[in-house]
Design a binder for this molecule. Structure first.
Ligand SMILES: [Fe+2]
Length: 310
């Protein structure tokens, strides 16, 4: 397929999913109430919301570390998914009634293209499936109106079984499959990598009586902070090759959540753009490092900046 009917990726977002962000927003879908908190990240997501309102993509595709599949890469493929999603670690913060519209055609196509590239993949067709809090938090923070269809992709947890390269190579193929399916669909898609950066965190809530007590929030360690800054600076500079070189050490030393493959999947789908990513905000949640960052591929096309095949 070519020409005006070919689908394309408008942009990608690093869209971290600490459930605290939804808790702090007090949306009607979430049962627990808060007095706010973690505003630096929530204000950053405001900019994402405004961008999506302006762009009006046909679909948002999210890859979540908390939908873990042991075998292969599954794709949500039920037209309407409803239910209650509870964070197993923070059930006092996140009990969210979700109601998702899924782009099933695109979901099935991504799965098919993944199989064509040699991956194990299947569409997830269970209508009673409970969607994970990572998928929901990223999508809620990006688009709380839920008026854009979504596709959800699981994180195969092979990165935690195999050597990092083998596992991330699968994510690169999954990104290629996603891109091919979008192109064939004729749709305008936005991608979301539902990842935190450094991921060591406090072993207990600093103030259980007030989880949103911002006087107790801070980075887990200075070493973690330095790792986050290093990675963010490479992304801000569009230095994708340098990023690839340090990612294994980042995953190891900062227990970075990008190990789950969401960022690699998204960068691959975008053909590893040598485009400066825009940092909208950075903040800590129970000590983890989180950045809301944007790659606007419409800018890349208008500037003629290149992409890269690794
Ligand atoms: Fe997470």
């Amino acid at each position: 397929m070519s020409g005006a009917s070919e689908g394309r990726i408008l942009g990608g977002w690093l869209a971290p999913h600490p459930p605290h962000l939804v808790y702090a927003e007090n949306p009607p879908q979430n049962e627990p109430r808060s007095s706010g908190g973690w505003e630096m990240l929530r204000w950053a997501y405001d900019e994402c919301r405004a961008k999506l309102k302006a762009q009006r993509p046909d679909v948002i595709i999210v890859h979540s570390p908390h939908w873990q599949t042991t075998v292969g890469h599954d794709v949500l493929a039920v037209p309407k998914l409803q239910g209650l999603s509870v964070d197993p670690i923070f059930p006092h913060l996140f009990r969210y009634k979700f109601d998702l519209q899924v782009d099933v055609d695109l979901a099935e196509s991504i799965s098919e293209e993944a199989r064509a590239l040699g991956l194990t993949s299947k569409p997830m067709a269970n209508p009673a499936f409970r969607v994970d809090y990572g998928t929901i938090t990223s999508l809620h923070m990006m688009n709380p109106d839920w008026d854009i269809p979504m596709v959800g992709i699981s994180a195969n947890n092979s990165p935690y079984f195999h050597d990092p390269k083998t596992a991330q190579d699968e994510m690169i193929k999954l990104g290629e499959a996603t891109r091919i399916a979008i192109q064939k669909s004729g749709k305008r898609a936005v991608l979301a990598a539902s990842n935190s950066l450094s991921h060591l965190h406090f072993s207990a809530e600093p103030n259980p009586a007030l989880p949103e007590d911002m006087s107790r929030e801070h980075v887990f360690s200075h070493a973690q902070y330095e790792w986050d800054v290093r990675v963010i600076n490479l992304l801000r500079a569009g230095k994708i090759f340098e990023l690839m070189n340090i990612l294994p050490d980042f995953m190891e030393e900062a227990v970075a959540e990008v190990k789950a493959g969401s960022l690699m999947w998204m960068l691959s789908a975008m053909e590893f753009p040598q485009l400066p990513a825009k940092l909208h905000g950075y903040g800590n949640v129970i000590g983890t490092g989180n950045a809301v960052m944007e790659w606007d591929l419409t800018e890349m096309h208008s500037r003629g900046t290149g992409s890269t095949q690794l």
